[in-house]
Design a protein around this ligand. Structure first.
Ligand SMILES: [Zn+2]
Length: 274
């Protein structure tokens, strides 16, 4: 083979492998088609279908020259409750399941990206954090391959997650408080991720953990108010308490009881959100 044909063969190989052809050629094609449709919406000018819906007599489109794309401001962490990364990829290719996350991390630390950071993944579902009821629109979803019950969290997987979080935090200037779990957002429906090393993450600057030395909460300390200030939806208080326990206490998570130690932990976390 001549030098230039070797080069073009290598280039073809690189293009082929970097765009995920072969095994995933079909889903890759669907992704591209969807992305193209969204690009059409973004490039439209004048914009149709927005101003028209506003009930006012005098309306006009005049394009500005200063704008950018919206950025994620939260990261939501999940466990897949499945048995392998491949199984999760398969789920995220199922139109019927209708779900996706931006990233999936395998037990071996492999990071798979499935959705552009700028797109809205379908991982959060119904829930509420603070007053935000559409975390899909404002968050990056990360699924960690873990069966959710007995699997340990391998160091190599957590290390990969920390690298990914470092990139996201820096790229989108995401506040430390905005790294949350699925159960924090949807306490009545979800318990993921469970038994999760949140302390390690907090030490790296993603989310908070409580102080080693725990103070007694002051007289009249209201757990409901504290949970609400942290961000929990307290409409179902028992569910909010259980979600808090899955995140910070990590034992006795099936009861909504807060013992003396738990209350100290809640008070410590609450103070970080003031
Ligand atoms: Zn989840």
């Amino acid at each position: 083979m001549k030098a230039h044909s070797i080069l073009s063969a290598i280039t073809a190989l690189l293009i082929f492998s970097s765009c995920g052809g072969g095994k995933y050629a079909t889903t890759e094609k669907v992704y591209k088609k969807k992305a193209k449709q969204f690009a059409e919406v973004y490039k439209e000018s004048p914009v149709t279908g927005q101003l028209e819906k506003i009930n006012a007599a005098d309306k006009e489109w005049i394009a500005s020259i200063n704008f950018g794309v919206r950025k994620p401001n939260y990261v939501m962490i999940h466990h897949t409750a499945q048995n392998s990364l491949e199984q999760t990829v398969k789920t995220f290719h199922s139109e019927r399941a209708g779900v996706s996350s931006h990233y999936v991390i395998g037990r071996d630390g492999k990071i798979v990206q499935m959705v552009n950071d700028y797109y809205r993944g379908h991982h959060a579902g119904l829930g509420k954090w603070g007053n935000d009821t559409d975390l899909n629109s404002s968050s990056i979803g990360i699924e960690l391959d873990n069966n959710g019950t007995t699997d340990p969290w391998p160091e190599i997987q957590v290390d990969a997650l920390v690298q990914l979080l470092a990139y996201l935090k820096d790229a989108y200037k995401i506040p430390q408080a905005n790294f949350i779990g699925h159960m924090d957002y949807a306490p009545t429906r979800k318990n993921d991720p469970s038994r999760f090393p949140w302390k390690t993450l907090a030490e790296e600057g993603f989310g908070f953990w409580y102080e080693d030395y725990l103070e007694n909460p002051p007289l009249g300390f209201d757990p409901r108010l504290a949970l609400r200030i942290i961000g929990y939806d307290v409409k179902n208080l028992d569910a909010a308490i259980k979600a808090f326990k899955i995140h910070y206490i990590q034992k006795d998570t099936t009861t909504a009881n807060l013992n003396e130690e738990d209350l100290k932990i809640l008070y410590s976390i609450f103070k970080k959100f003031l």
